[in-house]
Structure formats: C-alpha cells, structure tokens
Design a protein. Sequence first.
Length: 259
Amino acid sequence: MAKQHIFTQMIPDRDEPALYINPRSEQIAAFAEEAVTVEDQPKVRLLADSAEIKDALYSFLTASKIAELIHREQLSLRTLTESVENTIFTTESEAVVPVLDKHSISSSDPELVSSIYGEFDSKFEAAEQYHLRTPALSVVKQTLREEIGDDVADELNQVLTHAEEISKSNEYLSIVEIILILAARNETLLYDISKWGEDTGIASKATFSRAKSALEDAGLIETEKVPIDVGRPRLRLLATDKIATVDLKTLSTEFRSTL
C-alpha cells in the first residue's frame, strides 16, 4: 500500500473515525487531494508537526482543500507537541504504518490496535487546534459566483481544474494574481473583486491593490477610471491581449508571479 493511498485504501469501506498521526507535508497534501473527493467520509483527526502542516499549506490548492474538509466537519487538524517516531494511520480496527516509499505494515490485532488508537486518541484530545486562514474551496467558488458573477466563477473553475500548483512563491502566479487576471478578462471593478477577496479571507484589499499594480507594470492587465456619484472614480480592470487570449488550462503557470 503506497503511503499516499492510505486514506483511499482504508476509509471508503469503513464507517469508523480515523486518526492520522505525524504525516509529512507531502503526505498531508496527498491526503487532502484524495479526501476532498469523498463526500461521505468518516471524520479524520489529523495530528502533525506544525512545520509540516505549514509546508503543506503553502499551496493555496492544498490549503483550500484542507479548509474544505474542515468546513464539511470531515477533518479536525491539531499540532503535535512531542516527537512521534512513525507516521501512523489508524482506525479502531486497523493500524497502518508506511515504510520506505511504496510499502506499509498493517495490523488488525485487536490488542495492538486498541493500544495504538487509545494512545493517539489521548494525544489528539490534548493537542491544540491548528487554525487555517485560507477559506474553503466551496466558499470561494460560491461567493465569487454570487458576488462577482458567473463568468469569473466559471473561468476560475477552469483554472483550478487544470492547475497543478497555485502558491505565493516567486515561480507560480498566486491565487490573488489569478483572480485579478480573471476579473480583468471580465472587466470587473477592482473595488468589487478586492472587497470580495478580503471578505472571503483570501487576502486583504491592500494585497489585491499591490498585485494589481504589479500586473499592470508587467503589462498583463490595464485599468480605466469609472466615475461614481460620490467620491473618487473607481478602477475597472481590463485584460491586455496576452490575457484576453490566454489558455485557462495553463494560466496558473503561463506567467511568472509578479509579487
């Protein structure tokens, strides 16, 4: 049993809750990728080193999927306060320990499994909850459709479906940059999209404003002033030719991040 398949191997045919103890960041990411596709899964309680959780959450896609599982009340996430030698995935009837890269050791011995489950059940209950700032993926999609419009929401779905990685690194476009680019393709007001982004929890209005300026400087988007009845004119985002014709399937990695 490959380590990235522990969840899908053990959970779908069981109704009992599970404990996932001390996974590494790549294992947390693989778990989120698979678990988010299982609608009626039993609850998983994940206990990991805070540094490993933080590394896994560096990707917006992984973080939003973990947030989605928490939003569905299918996942609880807490941090380890003491060292654990192995990675363990255990229910009340079976325990699995990954070894090497593509193998694992499992046991359904009642006494052994009961001991393992009991020990880590206690550790989990004593641990502190890990608080995510990233919003759940379903919340992002729903509120974008309701508050900004179907066209931007549909385009974001296309991007997310084909994106392998969306992060805040210098290599890939960040989620903020992608949303601004899609907003520009649909001539959305900067005020509207940045307010939505801040209200949803993706990023502050200031972050959206900085990203807008960077994308403008890079020649990827343009703006025009739109007069309003009271106050300063607002800015409408507009797509340059590069953005208007970009393939949404490769948008997340088509351009380097400007932040």
